[in-house]
Design a protein around this ligand. Sequence first.
Ligand SMILES: CCCCCCCCCC(=O)SCCNC(=O)CCNC(=O)[C@H](O)C(C)(C)COP(=O)(O)OP(=O)(O)OC[C@H]1O[C@@H](n2cnc3c(N)ncnc32)[C@H](O)[C@@H]1OP(=O)(O)O
Length: 206
Amino acid sequence: MSPDRPTLTATPHNVGVDAAVAAARRVVTALLHAGDGSAAAMAEVASRLTAVAEHLEEHAPTRDERLVDMWAGEGVTRHDPVTGPENAVAPPLPLSGLPDGSIQGTVTLGLPYQGPPGCVHGGVSALLLDHTLGVANHWAGDSGMTGTLTLRYHRPTPLFEELTVRARQVSVEGRKIRTTGEILAGDAVCVSAEGLFVNKHLPRPR
Ligand SMILES: CCCCCCCCCC(=O)SCCNC(=O)CCNC(=O)[C@H](O)C(C)(C)COP(=O)(O)OP(=O)(O)OC[C@H]1O[C@@H](n2cnc3c(N)ncnc32)[C@H](O)[C@@H]1OP(=O)(O)O
């Protein structure tokens, strides 16, 4: 991979923190699915999960050390909240570059991402699109921070169905980068996005 074509998303491992994060995602979904009417022994569940959290906290580096580590090597692609295999908040959405310069990925979202009944929360769609537009800029070579993100919600975005998320860089004028993208269910566009990114990068922690 050349420096101007960075790795788009880290490949999850089925061991170590990636495997633990995959289990945590499953716990988050299972808790929401279980709900208050569940016959599961929730006090026992809470106690066991608290013990896991305390074990992790006891063995963690300092936050400053961790921030330096996070931004080394593969950097954002391992910890970001959309694609990151180390981030239990990430669905995750793996993204690939296409020969035409665009990028795309597929994801099926479950109950933790619900907004309207049985449908994806609009803020979650915004998160997926903001990140995917940003990655499309990295893939194209000129990237920056989101200045303005404009979304149009065309139709409800379904949970439990495979969604396609795609984006492409449209133009670069000085520091201003214009990027567009969509979330589709089948062939139907559910959400479209236009982003104005400004070429600026905050320093990596060291
Ligand atoms: C493989 C890894 C992939 C990782 C992908 C990650 C994607 C994630 C994307 C994000 O979430 S970034 C986080 C959300 N964004 C921010 O926190 C940005 C906060 N805002 C800022 O830091 C600054 O306002 C900003 C960098 C956007 C602009 O500040 P500058 O001082 O650098 O811009 P300046 O005022 O010099 O303006 C430069 C040009 O941009 C225009 N501009 C500035 N801010 C703008 C804005 N907000 N919207 C639209 N245009 C804007 C401005 O009009 C001007 O146009 P002209 O050259 O034509 O005069």
